[in-house]
Design a protein around this ligand. Sequence first.
Ligand SMILES: [Zn+2]
Length: 176
Amino acid sequence: MDGKTLRKGERYYKSGRVLWVIKHGDRLFSKILGTYPYYVELDLKTGENRCTCPLGGDCKHVAAVMKAYENGFYFETFEEQAELFPEATAMEFLSEVPDLALDVTLKELRFALTTDESGSEVARLFRRALKLVALTGRKEALHVLEEVAGEYEHIFKDYKLSLKLEDELRELEASL
Ligand SMILES: [Zn+2]
């Protein structure tokens, strides 16, 4: 991989675009927020890699995952099914650390606002974030959710769903 790609990957990692990394044996699996969400697989022994971005691999997303790994940003699993369902494995790890789960969810949520044309993914992540705020009691996250709810209403003007999400947020605010 050339120096330019490595530097871009490092910037990606530092700006928090690597959502999670799962290590199983010599293999890494990761989700990265690029122009769209991309998924990387990387063999640490051979350097062979794949990415779901248009380049298909040897890209800044793979470089970002390498950086994340070097910095110890990964969960290690010994379970076979991680190879097939790395995202589920990542969620399992995150469910044990609700604070981190909330950070990851808020990142994905903001990102989804810019890429999700249906509004469904945003709503799903919004509701997960509500539950995680209730669980962690982190009131500062409410500001982010208010912003998201406002933008959601703006983008999806005629959705009843946007009013429901607002109500769910108000309900949570009242309960904290
Ligand atoms: Zn890529």
